[in-house]
Structure formats: C-alpha cells, structure tokens
Design a protein around this ligand. Structure first.
Ligand code: ZN
Length: 117
C-alpha cells in the first residue's frame, strides 16, 4: 500500500483510539513497523468497551536494542506487549528481516546485511 503516508502516520490514523493525546511518534526503526501494526491490531481486538474508553499508550520506543511499550491498560494488554517485546529481539529494526541482538557499540537488533550500518 502506497498512499504517500509513512507508516507512522498510517498507524496513528488507523488506531487513533489508542492515541488519545494526539499523534504519536514511534521512536523505533522502520524495520519494526509491521510488528507495531500487529500489536495495535491485537490490542484493538482485546479492548472491551470500558477499557477502550480510557486506554492509551504512554511510550513506544527502543531501549537497549529492544522494543519497549508502556500503556495504562490491563494485564491482557501486558500479555500482548510481552509478546511484542520478545519478538523484537528477532526482527531487524532497519529492514524487518530476521535478526539478532548485537551488543557491539549501540545495542541493536540487526540482520547480517544491516549489521554494519
Ligand atoms: Zn536488516
């Protein structure tokens, strides 16, 4: 899909309910865009009406090479976040292919091709 909008803009528009304080800047590499999209889809499916009325993300960022997501939701949402943060350890944050956590210099999850970038 190429509608001229980048993935950050698209996710903000598609899951606007999850960003009650306005458009969110996801402080992660482009390689994790599909992972984030899957998180927001799962959260959308998991939210019941009451929780949906107040739910919001506090932070979506990379820390020590891995995805970190904080929110004001329930344990059910925590389970989705746990899955996403664990998955980020195997997804190159530049290109989205399979990678591993590299601890030389700045910690990053990278595939072999992106490792030296
Ligand atoms: Zn890569």
């Amino acid at each position: 899909m190429d509608d001229g909008k980048d993935w950050r803009t698209r996710l903000n528009l598609e899951f606007v309910d999850q960003f009650p304080h306005g458009a969110f800047h996801f402080a992660v590499g482009n390689g994790w865009s599909l992972l984030l999209a899957e998180v927001f889809r799962r959260v959308d499916a998991a939210l019941h009406d009451e929780e949906r009325s107040f739910f919001g993300w506090n932070d979506v960022k990379e820390k020590w090479g891995l995805l970190r997501m904080t929110h004001n939701g329930s344990d059910c949402i925590d389970d989705i976040v746990d899955w996403a943060e664990a998955t980020s350890e195997r997804v190159c944050d530049l290109c989205g292919l399979g990678g591993r956590l590299r601890k030389d210099g700045a910690w990053r999850v990278r595939c072999d091709a992106c490792a030296s970038i």
